[in-house]
Ligand binder design. Structure first.
Ligand SMILES: [Zn+2]
Length: 176
């Protein structure tokens, strides 16, 4: 018997010292440089409650974009917050027009495979009209090149018209 006991073994290897230096007593990790690589298929199903944010996602299915407004200090939170982070007052839901301005963005040329999205992936930070905070989501449908994606460009919420695997995917941003 031996390593053949491990069904999904890929290989056993010896790891290099990534920061090799002359240690007076030799490599202190020498006894722990043996590595084992396995192929591990994971398939989890979670029951996931969206909590006090649920109404936001429910109204996305009605193609409405909700924020929360603080009755104490008047701040409008989008991403909504059930509790105002500035004055600790419980907020109220408020519908916004779903338009805004691109304040910042990052363009990813790689995304984890579980995200099931194409690259480049443009993550947008948007100041929604009527809100005092920034909202983060993917920017799509900007055309053939990310060159057109610029800070200050007007954007709008686009709503899913096909069933999605997570309520997060009920919306994304598009150029307005
Ligand atoms: Zn407040």
């Amino acid at each position: 018997m031996g390593l053949e006991l491990i069904n999904n073994l890929m290989d056993v290897f010896t790891a290099e010292d990534p920061m090799a230096f002359a240690h007076p007593d030799g490599d202190p990790w020498a006894d722990f440089r043996e590595g084992m690589r396995i192929e591990w298929k994971m398939d989890f199903t979670y029951k996931h409650v969206l909590g006090k944010y649920s109404k936001f996602f429910i109204e996305l299915t009605n193609h409405k974009f909700l924020a929360t407004e603080c009755p104490g200090c008047g701040k409008v939170w989008a991403i909504p917050r059930p509790l105002c982070a500035d004055c600790l007052t419980i907020t109220k839901w408020k519908e916004l027009p779903g338009t805004g301005t691109l304040e910042s963005f990052s363009i990813s040329q790689f995304v984890p495979s579980f995200m099931k999205v194409e690259v480049p992936y443009v993550l947008a930070l948007v100041k929604m009209d009527g809100a005092d905070t920034l909202f983060t989501h993917q920017l799509r449908n900007y055309g053939d090149s990310t060159d057109v994606v610029k800070m200050g460009m007007p954007v709008k919420v686009a709503y899913a018209t096909e069933p999605v695997d997570h309520p997060m995917l009920l919306m994304h941003f598009e150029p307005a």
